[in-house]
Write a protein that binds this ligand. Sequence first.
Ligand code: FRU
Length: 488
Amino acid sequence: MEHQSLVKKACDYIFSHQEQVKRGNYPDFHLAAPYGWINDPNGFCYALGKYHIFYQHYPYDAKWGPMHWGHATSADLIHWDHQKVALAPSEPYDKDGCFSGSAIEFDDKLYLIYTGHVWLKEPGNDDAIREVQCLAVSEDGINFKKLGVIIEPPSNIMHFRDPKVFREEDHFALVLGARIPKDDGFDEAQVLKYTSTDLKTWHLQGPILKAPAHEAFMYECPDTFPLDGKQVIALSPMGLKPYGIERNNPSINSYAISDNKDLFDAKDLTEIDSGHDFYASQTMQSPDGRRIMLAWLTMWKLPFASYDDAWCGMLTLPRELSLKDGKLIQKPISEVTSLFKKERNFGRIDLENATFSLKKEFKPCKINFSVNLQEATAETLGLSVDEALTLYFDRQHQELTLLRREKGSFSPRSIKVNLNKPLEVEIFLDKSSIEVFVNGGEHTFTSTYYSGKRDDLYLFAHNGQASFDEVKVTNLKKVLKKKRLTLD
Ligand code: FRU
């Protein structure tokens, strides 16, 4: 079938099935598909007068399948409107999936650069694939026409995907992830850079990052951008093993900083987020010059909890990036204030072997507090979302941990904290996800949660005393809960 007919088929399917989505865990203010599956954010940009986010999408079921590009637009990055599916697999070069990629405005048109994926043997056999980079264009920002293949892989490379396009001096550039086969059987991950003057003809410049031997075998979704006088690369390495309290997710999202935009050192790679579910981040520059990032708020290789709910996967809140003392700082974008409803200010709460309930009924909300850790004597102190999640400081290990309860078991993620400064926490709590910003965005925890009661929200100090300062709970608007795809 022709591309436009396949797009129409996908939209009609979503339109006629979206009321079947079970709303129990469906996010109130994080973007999820109106029906079906989401993974990576794609084509995050400001173009033709509005913000666009596209995403890896299977519109026919709540599971991964032949990838389409879903699409939503917004004036403020918070209130999103679902748009028509932008890309559907339709051509010999992308017949098994329009994989991840990016977008750029040029000559008053919106261009998408994405990976065309083909299984050469049976579907799912990663040892026999073909991946090429493809171009599509739109004049209205909604209807896309495919323009064909623009970059073929170098001979011997099969895994070759996720182009991120950007402007550089007087030309365009893009980076993508490549898996280079090695004789010893452990392939080497590389980020390759290409340049172009017209988005159609591209020249390979070479690798800007190579994995050390026997470390990562593939870098998915690379993205590179200038930030506060340095150059940052963010990517999702495959093949890394857990290392102490780091890299404990099946899939990891890391960044490195360099003085040279064309050369990064894999030894500098640091995890971006310390929670359970943060992958395939992508950034864009807003018209006022901010660097804004979001990511897939779900994780490969784990059971997908909302699988049976006719939706699966969502995106994080957009975060503004900056650098401080050689580290990446992530803050919720200032536009999040448009979500705020009633605020309750509790001031200071002193607890000794006690709990204090902030809310007895689940409502999407933002929670703020700070604790002077040196003064607190409690063995553990923190905040619990009923039986589902606990964020706690553990004095013995000097760690802050987000503990997720999982049907009869539990899963911790931790960071080391400095006792010499107050611990400041800002939390965005949605139906089935939490985003925690620690000490003004020096660390973040981003996680989904699906099991356990979640009504009561309470502070606690266990085996000792703790004072929680500036405790505030702000109710948040359910801006995305009722959004549906409309057809014209
Ligand atoms: C990352 C990823 C990408 C690929 C896409 C396919 O999550 O595996 O490398 O383009 O998802 O959906």
